[in-house]
Design a protein around this ligand. Structure first.
Ligand code: AMP
Length: 281
């Protein structure tokens, strides 16, 4: 495994490897088992696996969140090596945003402006879209791997890849969960034991909506109310509980076909998101 810090070195490392598939797994480091599932999928599908580590300052809407974001490069490199990564691209901010940088990739419409876009502000998905575009252009992978946990991020990236004609196939991996159901996240390390126990209301609420929908309830408000009650019973006041079309992120007037149920909530000082899809298959 080699570690490169510049796009020039990344391109050099990949130059002779392009005759067989290259997979890219973008991360912000602080790797956990959720990231490992993406790396395994990439390892399975590609001759060369590239993983990027970059804590992208432009997508953080809160300076305190950026400052507190866990950083653990040494452990990350060990995990990457163990998962068979070939090339780690770990640039610093000046490599990604050199002096004079003035371009923003901005996806418009409900997929970028509702839910996470509304709560975290426009700049969040602008930051994500811009950095992912740069990573895709830097590595020019055949496949790029993203987690379903960040469903809206996937929708935004799908949009920009289609709109800009970036020649990559997006591979979306299911949300990896701890045994108790909590979606794995780098931010989970910030939860106290008491907060972690309360946070379990989030996957419980998603399960409850799934179960209620399976009994034939099609009113999104009725399903939302159930999730809200579960969250509130654990003292969680969510930022949103939303039932939306997974492609457009428009709210669904009635639950039929595939619907994304998405929750964002602060547990203590830690902001968590999770989602599930109902009505599939
Ligand atoms: P991050 O380092 O949080 O930016 O995440 C890097 C990638 O890993 C993103 O595509 C995330 O959606 C994905 N990811 C993070 N947590 C999980 C999880 N629990 N299950 C599946 N994918 C995840």
């Amino acid at each position: 495994m080699i570690v490169v810090r510049t796009v020039a070195d990344l391109r050099e490392a990949l130059r002779d490897r392009r005759t067989a598939p290259v997979g890219l797994v973008p991360t912000m480091g602080a790797l956990h088992e959720g990231h490992a599932t993406l790396l395994r999928a990439a390892r399975r599908d590609n001759a060369t696996v590239v993983m990027s580590i970059f804590v992208n300052p432009t997508q953080f809407n809160e300076q305190s969140d950026l400052a507190a974001y866990p950083r653990s490069e040494e452990a990350d490199l060990a995990l990457a090596e163990a998962e068979g990564v070939d090339v780690v691209f770990a640039p610093d901010a000046a490599e990604v945003y050199p002096q004079g940088f003035a371009t923003t990739v901005s996806v418009t419409g409900a997929i970028a402006e509702t839910l996470e876009g509304a709560e975290r502000g426009r700049a969040h998905f602008d930051g994500v879209a811009t950095v992912v575009t740069k990573l895709l252009l830097g590595a020019l992978p055949d496949h790029a791997y993203f987690g379903a946990k960040d469903a809206q991020q996937v929708a935004v990236i799908r949009r920009l890849v289609a709109d800009l004609g970036i020649p990559v196939t997006l591979m979306v991996c299911p949300t990896s969960r701890d045994d108790d159901g909590l979606a794995r996240s780098s931010r989970n390390t910030r939860l106290s034991p008491e907060e972690r126990a309360r946070a379990l209301a989030i996957p419980r609420a998603l399960q409850e909506v799934t179960d209620a929908a399976a009994t034939g309830i099609t009113d999104p408000e009725a399903l939302r109310a159930r999730a809200m009650a579960t969250l509130e019973a654990s003292g969680i006041r969510p930022e949103y509980v939303a039932l939306v079309d997974p492609a457009t992120f428009a709210p669904v007037p009635v639950v039929e076909g595939v619907v994304l149920v998405a929750i964002a909530a602060r547990v203590g000082a830690t902001r968590l998101i999770d989602n599930t899809v109902i009505g599939g298959a």
